[in-house]
Ligand binder design. Structure first.
Ligand SMILES: [Zn+2]
Ligand SMILES: [Zn+2]
Ligand SMILES: [Zn+2]
Length: 326
């Protein structure tokens, strides 16, 4: 039986509709590609840090080479050099394209996908996110840094994340911030802390947990097998995480991707860091988290038309399947 469920942060109704068939046949048509460690046609394999502007380089494991690079996007649509100008065009508001687009090339190896990666590598990715936040935070014109990682959704399979820095807060984050602030103003508690508490008590939507984090399929999951990774203790800013937290974050992230891979194969996905705006001091009502959305080809009409999500897999079913996959 289908039902409507309301997300307590976004205040958004989602339809959980088991009647709608999951196109598992399409998922199975995503076989493992036999990818090599080096792919001559790949722009990231071919990169030479000596000839490229490099914003951050880690060579912790490979002293003679690099393990991770952050570079400006080759065709940036936002630039830090652009002066921030705000103006009106009649009833419309306009700003110059001040900001930044960066690429985090997570490995020199073309085929080092998350699910077959190791803890050190994943920790490095999160340290790189943190280091870029601490650096760009100094530019007070920038309000938000959006870090996200795609697999196969943009045609490049080399492991990488992207970062977009903007002088405003992207609308979905703004909606989350407003929803969380509203919840706090009524209940005097952080909505994410409450979600963690209830999910750990119920257990039915928990995928896994460690000392610092829990991964869950959220109550009003918009997409099949959507997973959120949430710090167990309240923390508004990702970049304030300790070494111990980064270690445990890498641990649960790797664990989650191994489970998703076993359940769904090599499907496209989007993994996004939802963090507080960088110029804010610590917030008592917002709590950073990572959302992982497997991109299963579905009927996207309702989403594009009105932001209405119809999810054929109940999160309890998805969590049960992911718990068993290890
Ligand atoms: Zn490559
Ligand atoms: Zn919290
Ligand atoms: Zn979120």
């Amino acid at each position: 039986m289908s039902e409507y469920r309301k997300d307590p942060v976004l205040n958004q109704w989602v339809v959980i509709a088991p009647e709608r068939a999951v196109p598992y046949n399409l998922i199975k048509e995503n076989p493992e590609n036999e990818e090599k460690e080096f792919e001559p046609s790949c722009p990231f394999c071919a990169i030479n840090p000596e000839e490229t502007k490099v914003l951050l380089k880690y060579n912790i494991e490979d002293k003679n080479n690099w393990d991770l690079l952050v570079i400006p996007a080759p065709n940036p649509f936002l630039r830090v050099e652009t002066e921030l100008k705000k103006e009106a065009e009649g009833i419309y508001d306009l700003m110059s394209g001040t900001g930044a687009n960066e690429i985090i090339i997570e490995s020199p190896k073309h085929n080092e996908h998350i699910f077959k990666s190791n803890l050190n590598k994943i920790e490095q990715i999160f340290w790189a996110y943190r280091d870029r936040i601490l650096d760009l935070k100094k530019d007070i014109r920038l309000e938000y840094l959006l870090f996200y990682k795609e697999n196969k959704t943009n045609g490049i399979t080399h492991p990488h994340s992207k970062m977009i820095a903007t002088p405003f807060i992207p609308s979905m984050i703004e909606t989350e911030l407003l929803g969380a602030e509203d919840y706090f103003s009524y209940k005097d508690r952080c909505v994410f802390c409450d979600i963690v508490k209830q999910e750990l008590k119920d257990g039915i939507r928990v995928v896994s947990q460690n000392q610092e984090f829990v991964s869950i399929c959220p109550y009003a999951s918009r997409n099949p097998f959507e997973v959120w990774i949430i710090p167990k203790n309240h923390q508004s800013h990702f970049e304030m995480s300790s070494k111990n937290q980064f270690y445990h974050l890498a641990d649960i992230y790797l664990d989650t991707f191994k489970r998703l891979h076993k359940a769904l194969g090599n499907i496209p996905y989007l993994s996004v860091l939802h963090n507080s705006p960088i110029q804010e001091e610590s917030l008592e009502f917002y709590h950073w988290h990572i959302e992982i959305h497997p991109v299963i080809p579905l009927y996207q009409g309702e989403v594009f038309s009105a932001g209405l999500y119809v999810n054929p897999v109940a999160p309890e079913e998805a969590a049960k399947e992911l718990r068993e996959k290890i």
